[in-house]
Design a protein around this ligand. Structure first.
Ligand SMILES: [Zn+2]
Length: 290
């Protein structure tokens, strides 16, 4: 796969697995007859999604953005999410000649299990350990607060085992609002999808890629009003999307996707039409080591 290169930052997309979710939940109040023209669903209303952690490299930095579900799901959960194969973000690292120990930073856009689960791995002895033992893990303070003070709606969305082993290993890097992780790599708090959701801005050589996490899970979510029913604070999602997408539009930034089955990154015109895209490679299960 061709990595995306901006200045001295290269970006690759790790392919963790394909999965599926209810299209209605993914497009919130937008009617199916409207969204399904942009992102087709099957007879059961499921839409095809993927889990694609980003691998961002610049001199001295190996950053992974989100980590897939990991290997802690039950058989029943795997079937429920229609996961195409076992999740393990280390598998793709090897394809790029990297070991788990080489990862210097991990950013959680938020702590939902499809983003945070893979950062810890269930070992054969039953213990749960950091997947990337040397990576500092960047998370927003407000996201940890959301996990620590569960609401009736959010309590099943957060699992302590996805965070505690990382904190106990001294890997936590808790930030508040905006923070620079390394030169040209910044996070910004947005909220919206979750209380402490954050996005990642990658800039080098005069070019920028904005990774909006679950505020822009697929290219079809480019309309600021098309927010997921999963979002805990939809008004905040809309406000943050409108603001950041306008900025991306004004400044010609690329937008990258974590859940899109077909596209990795795109640039859009003012009407939300893709101008330039980089398509996801088709993975044969065997070729991808599944
Ligand atoms: Zn997600």
């Amino acid at each position: 796969m061709r990595p995306m290169q901006i200045g001295d930052i290269s970006i690759d997309w790790l392919y963790d697995a394909d999965f599926g979710l209810d299209g209605g939940a993914m497009f919130g109040v937008v009617p199916r007859v409207v969204w399904s023209k942009r992102y087709p669903a099957d007879a059961e209303n499921f839409i095809p999604l993927s889990l694609r952690p980003l691998l961002v490299r610049r001199p001295g930095v190996v950053l992974v953005i989100d980590a897939g579900y990991g290997n802690k799901l039950t058989e029943k959960q795997r079937a429920q999410f229609r996961l195409s194969r076992a999740c393990d973000p280390r598998r793709d690292l090897a394809r790029f000649g990297l070991e788990p120990e080489d990862v210097t930073h991990l950013v959680f856009t938020h702590l939902h299990p499809d983003h945070a689960g893979g950062a810890t791995t269930l070992a054969a002895d039953g213990s749960v350990r950091p997947t990337f033992p040397r990576a500092r893990v960047v998370v927003q303070h407000l996201e940890l607060e959301a996990m620590a003070t569960p609401h009736l709606r959010t309590k099943h969305a957060y699992q302590e085992e996805n965070w505690r082993p990382l904190a106990e290993a001294g890997l936590a890097w808790v930030v508040d609002g905006q923070a620079e992780i390394a030169e040209g790599i910044e996070v910004y708090h947005t909220g919206g999808h979750t209380q402490g959701h954050q996005i990642v801005k990658l800039s080098s050589g005069g070019e920028t890629v904005l990774h909006m996490g679950d505020l822009l899970p697929t290219h079809a979510h480019i309309n600021p009003l098309w927010v997921m029913a999963y979002d805990d604070f939809p008004m905040q999602s809309i406000e943050q999307k409108a603001r950041w997408l306008q900025r991306a539009q004004d400044e010609g930034w690329w937008l990258s996707f974590y859940h899109d089955r077909n596209l990795l990154v795109a640039r859009f015109d003012a009407a939300g039409k893709p101008l330039e895209t980089v398509a996801a490679p088709a993975f044969a299960e065997s070729a991808a080591g599944g």
